[in-house]
Design a binder for this molecule. Structure first.
Ligand code: A2R
Length: 314
């Protein structure tokens, strides 16, 4: 029996590909020289798309596949999937929430520790032989007892808040809604929260409503001693304003896992000393990526068998 067609938008690790190949015939969109021709060829039969949060699925792609039933996206953020077009076409969308909460929380704490204790700089100081030549590294800040504002106290935000408790940090949060049964004080106004905290952690989804939500006014409110951590999406922060404020010393520091135009990171940002930069590593452990991959596969197989989806967003 022929296996149903699946349009694979982006490369996946081998075990995911193998698991998909058990039940589907994979068509590698990312490797196709003539992408419109591939879409046209697959239009009469293709019910499944597998993608990720970076590559997503466009309206043109959705409209080109009239038999499409499901877009299974790898990653919790699905802002690159045109959900409106999917909804209009009656196509389901799934993501991979929860299984990455702890990994992203660990990376967030790692970024914060690195920024406040200047761990990358101190490491370079030793490697360059400067400890012996120039003496001790300058004193640093520490996390213990500081106040942290979380923009987006969702699944990942709550996992981060838990780890911050171990550092006796005082947690407050901002979102569109106050959450009952949360022990942390709520700020309806992001700028007011930024004014009151030492650290601002950004962990809300990329969307039209969060685009540029951390603008110049919010970062100015965070101030010269304040530190910004972005582990969500580059689109939430006004990157140009952030760089200008960091250069002017009007924002104390930034620890960033995500950027506006990944994998491009502005040269001006890369030359600053009051930043720590990661190449979008939030969920990038073997364990977590494997769990995310399994979730993509389980969603696709559930749809194929007419069973309920594991993690539908639409
Ligand atoms: O606004 P609320 O009360 O629904 O809280 C959600 C918050 N959020 C926002 N906060 C302020 N302004 C907005 N326009 C806005 N939109 C959403 O973000 C909620 O507390 C949080 C999202 O939580 P979850 O849906 O549980 O997402 P999860 O799994 O924590 O992942 C967050 C994001 C992903 O979408 C990726 O972009 C990134 O982390 O890796």
């Amino acid at each position: 029996m022929t296996k149903p067609d699946l349009l694979q938008i982006c490369p996946y690790a081998d075990p995911i590909v193998q698991a998909l190949e058990d039940d589907f015939t994979l068509h590698r969109y990312f490797a196709a020289e003539d992408k419109p021709a591939l879409l046209q060829r697959l239009a009469p039969t293709t019910r499944f798309i597998a993608t990720d949060g970076h590559h997503g699925a466009s309206k043109a792609m959705i409209d080109a596949l009239p038999k499409l039933e499901l877009i299974a996206s790898f990653g919790v953020g699905y802002d690159a999937v045109d959900v409106t077009a999917a909804k209009a076409a009656g196509v389901s969308v799934t993501n991979t929430p929860n299984v990455l909460n702890n990994c992203v929380a660990e990376v967030t704490l790692g970024l914060m520790l690195a920024l406040c204790h200047q761990i990358p700089q101190a490491d370079r100081y030793v490697r360059q032989g400067r400890w012996a030549a120039e003496g001790n590294f300058p004193l640093t800040d520490e996390l213990t007892g500081r106040r942290v504002g979380i923009l987006g106290l969702g699944r990942i935000g709550k996992a981060i808040a838990k780890l911050l408790q171990a550092f006796q940090m005082e947690v407050v949060y901002h979102g569109r809604n106050r959450q009952e049964h949360q022990p942390y004080p709520y700020y309806a106004d992001l700028e007011a929260m930024a004014r009151d905290v030492d650290w601002l952690i950004v962990i809300a989804p990329g969307s039209a409503s969060t685009k540029g939500i951390v603008g110049r006014a919010v970062m100015t409110a965070l101030g010269p001693a304040g530190k910004l951590v972005n582990v969500a999406r580059g689109s939430l922060v006004d990157e140009a304003a952030m760089i200008a404020l960091l250069e002017a010393g009007e924002l104390g520091g930034a620890a960033l896992d995500v950027f506006a135009e990944e994998p491009q990171v502005p040269e001006r940002l890369r030359t600053l000393d009051n930043v720590v930069l990661l190449p979008h590593q939030g969920s990038a452990s073997h364990k977590t990526r494997s769990a995310m991959g399994q979730m993509v596969v389980r969603n696709l197989k559930a749809q194929l068998r007419g069973e309920p989806l594991i993690s539908p967003v639409v």
